[in-house]
Design a protein around this ligand. Structure first.
Ligand code: 9MG
Length: 260
């Protein structure tokens, strides 16, 4: 899953793709590099990011989704927390809604996903993007995230979203300390046991910067190491900035597995 942020303030590519033509060209490039999914987002989810109103998010996202859905073979995913944006994106050709808020209060987004029979990324987050990094706490982060998925899968089914539409994402960096993040990546096998595809988003994230003192553009090595580790524990979708390098690393691992 290649990342395409149509935002002025995302942590790694903020401001690069505000022009729709540039965004579409970047999406085509991601697909050519091997992305089977392209995740288009119009509202930054980095800690403390300013909220964006619905009209502005629609203006940023929908033309890009429409163009990419008709010009690439990749499935278009839209990273949104708003039911109105999800509905418009699905109408414009998106196939997946990436819901970092796992809709706690408003069921409208789930209804839109159910009506379209679309894919749904169920991501775990403690708090909101404004508050999530203020002292996040867990007794047992792996067990609690697993419990959250079990509970949400039940509620989703009640709202008409079937289990086989859902991908599970532990939400790396969303209300987690460095220790929580490492525990979750080490413990992904517990989430694999829920028998749904796992999506992992670690690409260039700040925990890598904290470990190695590296700027976002210098975090590829650790991003790849996490992807390979997670693939070994059953993760199947990797939300990344560096598509070509990630595809190559995963293919190499597959080749090595075939010979053993
Ligand atoms: C939008 N966004 C930023 N980071 C993410 C992650 O780790 N997972 C998902 N699903 N979306 C993310």
């Amino acid at each position: 899953m290649g990342i395409l942020n149509v935002t002025p303030d995302s942590f790694s590519d903020g401001g690069c793709f505000m022009d729709p033509a540039r965004a579409v060209a970047r999406g085509e490039e991601l697909a050519a590099e091997g992305a089977e999914l392209i995740d288009v987002g119009g509202e930054s989810t980095r800690p403390g990011a300013a909220p964006v109103d619905e009209a502005e998010e629609l203006r940023r996202v929908i033309p890009v989704v429409r163009a990419l859905a008709s010009r690439t073979r990749a499935v278009i995913s839209v990273d949104t927390r708003k039911a109105g944006v999800a509905r418009a994106a699905l109408d414009a050709g998106a196939g997946i809604i990436n819901d970092i808020e796992a809709h706690r209060t408003d069921r409208e987004l789930w209804k839109a996903v159910a009506a379209a029979g679309a894919g749904y990324v169920l991501m775990h987050m403690q708090g909101t993007p404004q508050t999530m990094q203020v002292d996040p706490r867990y007794d047992d982060v792996v067990a609690e995230v697993g419990g959250f998925f079990r509970e949400r899968l039940r509620h989703l089914e009640e709202a008409g979203v079937q289990r086989d539409q859902v991908l599970l994402d532990p939400g790396i960096g969303f209300g987690k300390t460095l220790e929580h993040i490492l525990a979750l990546i080490r413990g992904l096998g517990v989430i694999s046991a829920l028998d749904r595809p796992i999506l992992l988003g670690v690409s260039r994230k700040s925990f890598i910067g904290r470990l190695f003192g590296a700027e976002p553009q210098q975090r590829l090595g650790a991003s790849l190491a996490c992807a390979l580790w997670a693939a070994g524990l059953g993760a199947g979708v990797f939300r990344v900035h560096d598509v070509a390098e990630t595809v190559q690393a995963l293919r190499m691992m597959e080749i090595l597995k075939q010979r053993t």
